[in-house]
Design a protein around this ligand. Structure first.
Ligand code: GLU
Length: 290
């Protein structure tokens, strides 16, 4: 049996907080306990929000927590060709189409639809894609593509779900409503998710599915806020013939008011806590780890 492979996959778009410490330590401890490998992955495909100083701070904060990771670290921005290849596979399966509406147009279309009847929202609360780009004529699509306007490349989730059939995943942790064991994937709950954009050959969903496979990750340990995203990841794994890791979604660390921590909150930032004299052992205690 190859050893278990775990990973912590932060985005360098802010400084790490207690919630990240909890997730990273859970992964690290689990790897240590099971004789597994621990990988660090930098999810930096969003060039406008990711900054070198945040990436540097991730390395410093994790080392301060006593976490050691294998090198080289996989930085998503260095592997765009892998995502492009996977995307091409989905395109060849006829499961992707370009949508040309701007964010403002999408908001207007949703408002129009909601004026008539409730419009579905995804598990994060965002409205499903309301546009009609899937049924554009071949000529109109070609014309728009040539015109140079921006576009988002969306997964036709109905067609993709029909092709993949029923999907489940093995959950070792639990979902927001206590889901555990064998969980049925519900990718349709997301609508036609964005998989890539004109200028970027991937999105979070596509990159995470590819990387977990390329890095041989056997158990994905991450926050409950990503629980239902697993539906999309399972669908992409099935369409692309990728192995299926097990999942362990963990509770979220919340602030005094019960809200999920944000990267901008100073009270729970690892740098601030360190500057105030906290030790790595204090951080473990604060997040309820031995
Ligand atoms: N990069 C994601 C985040 O920082 C985590 C991705 C994952 O663990 O699948 O929220």
């Amino acid at each position: 049996m190859p050893p278990p492979v775990l990973r912590f996959a932060p985005s360098p778009n802010g400084y790490l907080h207690l919630g990240h410490a909890y997730s990273a330590l859970l992964n690290f401890d689990l790897a240590a306990r099971t004789g597994g490998r621990f990988l660090l992955r930098i999810e930096d495909i969003d060039a406008t929000r990711c900054k070198p100083q945040f990436e540097e701070a991730i390395y410093q904060d994790l080392a301060w927590l006593g976490i050691a990771w294998e090198t080289p670290v996989r930085r998503q921005s260095e592997h765009l060709a892998d995502y492009r290849d996977a995307f091409e596979t989905l395109l060849a399966q006829g499961l992707v189409y370009p949508g040309f509406e701007s964010r403002a147009e999408i908001a207007r279309l949703v408002a129009q639809r909601e004026a008539v009847a409730p419009w579905p929202r995804d598990p994060d609360g965002a409205p499903h894609y309301p546009g009609t780009a899937r049924s554009l004529s071949h000529q109109e699509r070609a014309r728009l593509l040539q015109s140079g306007v921006p576009y988002a490349l969306r997964l036709d989730v109905t067609a993709a779900g029909a092709r993949a059939g029923d999907l489940t995943w093995t959950e070792h942790g639990e979902g927001p409503d206590g889901e555990t064991g064998t969980v049925t994937a519900r990718p349709g709950a997301w609508g036609d998710v964005i998989l890539a954009r004109k200028e970027m050959p991937t999105s979070y969903h596509l990159a995470v599915a590819i990387d977990d496979a390329l890095q041989d990750v056997t158990e994905v340990v991450r926050g409950q806020d990503l629980f239902w995203s697993t539906s999309v990841h399972r669908l992409l794994q099935a369409l692309l013939g990728l192995p299926r890791p097990a999942y362990r979604h963990h509770r979220l660390i919340v602030d005094d008011t019960g809200r999920k921590l944000s990267k901008s909150s100073k009270a729970t930032g690892l740098r601030e806590l360190r500057a105030a004299g906290a030790t790595a052992a204090d951080i473990r205690r604060l997040v309820g780890l031995p």
